[in-house]
Design a protein around this ligand. Sequence first.
Ligand code: ATR
Length: 277
Amino acid sequence: MTDRYAVIGNPIGHTKSPLIHGLFAQETRQDMSYTAIEGPLEPHDAFAATVRAFIAAGGKGMNVTAPFKLKAFAMADERSERAALAGAANALRFSDGRIVAENFDGVGLVRDIEVNLNLPMAGRRVLILGAGGAVRGALLPFLAAQPAELVVANRDIAKVRALVEQVASSGPLAACGYADLEAMGQFDLVVNATSASLTGDLPPVPPSVFSPAGSAYELAYGKRLTPFLRLARNAGVLGIADGVGMLVEQAAEAFDWWRGVRPQTRAVIDRLTVPLD
Ligand code: ATR
């Protein structure tokens, strides 16, 4: 029987996940379907009921996107360590009557940076902007890549301090505000994980953090040259990238987790890439 998978979110109209997983299934010859479900925002427990109805109809797994990542995490029976630190799930697996929560956003991001863009983070100075869900999911995978230093900057300093304190691992991790960045010199990699680009805004990052020989990465994708990437380019940074590779890599991680086979990602990334300018 064809195994059923889906992505759930609201709104869900612009999701690329069915296309990505459809291409993966074709390439790896998996007998599966993958659809998009618009999850209900109200009442409070309607999301969980929708997931349970999908399981009852033979669902084997789901990707979860905004605004349901916290609810998906909360309803799980088991949670991975990185999902637990993020407090959020972007993938669920249903087996033996149990719901298992994972979060592949951070590993997908690290894989895109290190493998696809060929920018190993070991021994490098890395700066992440933001302290929301995207950053919570990324901290453990980033530390595992062994940067010399990992600085996380946010407007709300108390929030970023609390987040960093939550990370049990005593890696070279520091939290700060944007004004503190002026005195910190250049970073080899600057990652914009704030939601500023979604509204065309620029986080108040000083251009002094960019190194012309370094790189800048924007988590948003398909938005061409965002104000953040433009700032980096104007500071002389040649290596700039958006999050399309992360999107495809987190999907590949979930696919492997569900199906036990790792799909190729290069051709799918190329197909979805929108030129930056
Ligand atoms: P996500 O799950 O996408 O990370 P989130 O949890 O709502 O979304 O977090 C959004 C992040 O983007 C926050 O870190 C927010 O900063 P504050 O915590 O200081 O509010 C950050 N952010 C949003 N708009 C921003 C802007 N214009 N400049 C700088 N940071 C911004």
